[in-house]
Design a binder for this molecule. Structure first.
Ligand SMILES: CC(=O)SCCNC(=O)CCNC(=O)[C@H](O)C(C)(C)COP(=O)(O)OP(=O)(O)OC[C@H]1O[C@@H](n2cnc3c(N)ncnc32)[C@H](O)[C@@H]1OP(=O)(O)O
Ligand SMILES: O=C([O-])CC(=O)C(=O)O
Length: 385
């Protein structure tokens, strides 16, 4: 029997040509393109098509794809109605998982479930990917208004994916610099090899369940604080610390209590996460435009990172993608409990690329276990226990 490795650390779960991580060097690439180049030159729409199709699109392919995303932004009245009936105290990730799972009922097209050969049809797979990526962003934005008791803001066809999200979320004309920063955040979060939520995609996809079910299960996995949910915890942690001078005491107390520092550490990277480096630069650039009006959370974050480097670098624990993203979202006026839902909006691209890759060479996931329970024994009737 093969060796049991907790958390499947270092165990390959699939073969994939979608993205790659060099954790020793701190390099991340999508389809061979370094993340820094995509963050500088690409858009979320283009990066999504790169992830789905495996190559950079031509101009006309990109225009067609962007139009298809726009055409699929509007949600059915029934979906809105269902959202209005959800408890407004629910966490946005619970809402998102619920609504995405329900899309399979509101929108026909669960061909996989009906036993047809749809799961082998590339047009079906591509169309479902467009529908899901297009719809998650408006769902997240609409929830902000619905939970506050207002009517959602309608989407606009003249705006890009990132711009339209900010428009629908805030109801204000998106600031061009913040919209570009959101676009880059979506690129940075779009894909990351076989992380926990993508593994959930593979397992679910391998049963040929519907893509809505596949993505709903991934949203659930992403919501946990050890994964995407850490971005909300980071901001709450920075708020709790309150000032850079208190960072050292806070970190030391948590470490003494064997508690993790949110936004630090990664299974794959033994360096600072390259996405955290890009996010930190984006904050620097944005703060420069605000003429010294620096977000106080940024100074606290840098102080926490410095203390963590002193205490945790020998374990290869450095800032991950969740450490700095929330500071940027705060600048956009986005509440902390929506951060992970924005992560999901972006990651839908990677999840669906993995869904497609899994279906192209599918075998149901069915690992084994090391049984640690009782040996076979005789049932004891209730009056004899
Ligand atoms: C998008 C994302 O999912 S990025 C990750 C987001 N999650 C977080 O930020 C939560 C905080 N981080 C963590 O809990 C972990 O680093 C994880 C879950 C990301 C990775 O977990 P693993 O790969 O299993 O790392 P593991 O727990 O084995 O850590 C190795 C060592 O570093 C320590 N360590 C890892 N992360 C941290 C942290 N954030 N704070 C303090 N110590 C840490 C562990 O205590 C362990 O120390 P030990 O060897 O003395 O026991
Ligand atoms: O790769 C991981 O384990 C977690 C992560 O950073 C991501 O999913 O973006």
């Amino acid at each position: 029997m093969s060796e049991y490795l907790p958390g499947l650390a270092g165990v390959p779960a699939t073969k994939s040509n979608i993205s790659d991580i060099d954790g020793e060097q701190g390099i991340l690439s999508y389809r061979g393109y370094p993340i820094e180049q995509l963050a500088e030159h690409s858009t979320f729409e283009e990066t999504t098509l790169l992830l789905l199709d495996g190559r950079l699109p031509t101009r006309s392919e990109l225009e067609t794809f962007s139009d298809q995303l726009k055409e699929n932004r509007r949600l059915k009245f029934h979906t809105r109605g269902m959202m209005k009936n959800l408890p407004n105290t629910g966490h946005p990730m619970e809402m998102l998982q619920t609504v995405v799972a329900s899309l399979g009922m509101f929108y026909p097209g669960n061909e996989c479930l009906t036993g047809s050969d749809a799961c082998e049809d590339i047009n079906y797979i591509h169309n479902m990917s467009i529908k899901i990526i297009a719809r998650i962003a408006p769902i997240v934005a609409m929830w902000q208004h619905i939970r506050e008791g207002y009517d959602p803001v309608d989407s606009r066809d003249d705006l890009s994916h990132a711009e339209n999200f900010l428009w629908m979320l805030t109801g204000k004309e998106p600031d061009p610099l913040l919209a570009r920063i959101m676009d880059v955040c979506l690129i940075l979060h779009a894909e990351h090899t076989i992380n926990a939520s993508t593994f959930a995609v593979l397992v679910n996809a391998s049963t040929l369940s519907s893509p809505y079910s596949v993505i709903a299960s991934a949203i659930g996995a992403l919501s946990g604080p050890l994964h995407g949910g850490a971005n909300q915890r980071v901001l709450e942690m920075l708020q709790e610390i309150g000032s850079p001078e208190k960072a050292e005491e806070y970190v030391d107390k948590r470490l003494a209590n064997k508690e993790v520092i949110w936004g630090m550490g990664h299974r794959e990277y033994k360096t600072k996460d390259p996405r955290a480096i890009i996010l930190q630069k984006l904050i620097d650039q944005y703060m420069e435009t605000k003429a010294g009006d620096v977000n106080p959370m940024f100074d606290i974050a840098k102080a926490v990172e410095q203390v963590c480097e002193d205490r945790l670098a020998h374990k290869g624990v450095y800032a991950n993608v969740d450490f700095y993203s929330g500071i940027l979202y705060t600048e956009m006026g986005i509440p902390a409990d929506q951060f992970t839902a924005i992560f999901a909006m972006a990651r839908a691209a990677g999840w669906l690329a993995h869904w497609r890759e899994q279906l192209a060479d599918n075998r149901i996931f069915r690992p084994t276990q090391v049984y640690t329970g009782e040996p076979i024994r005789k049932y004891v009737p209730i009056n004899k226990r």
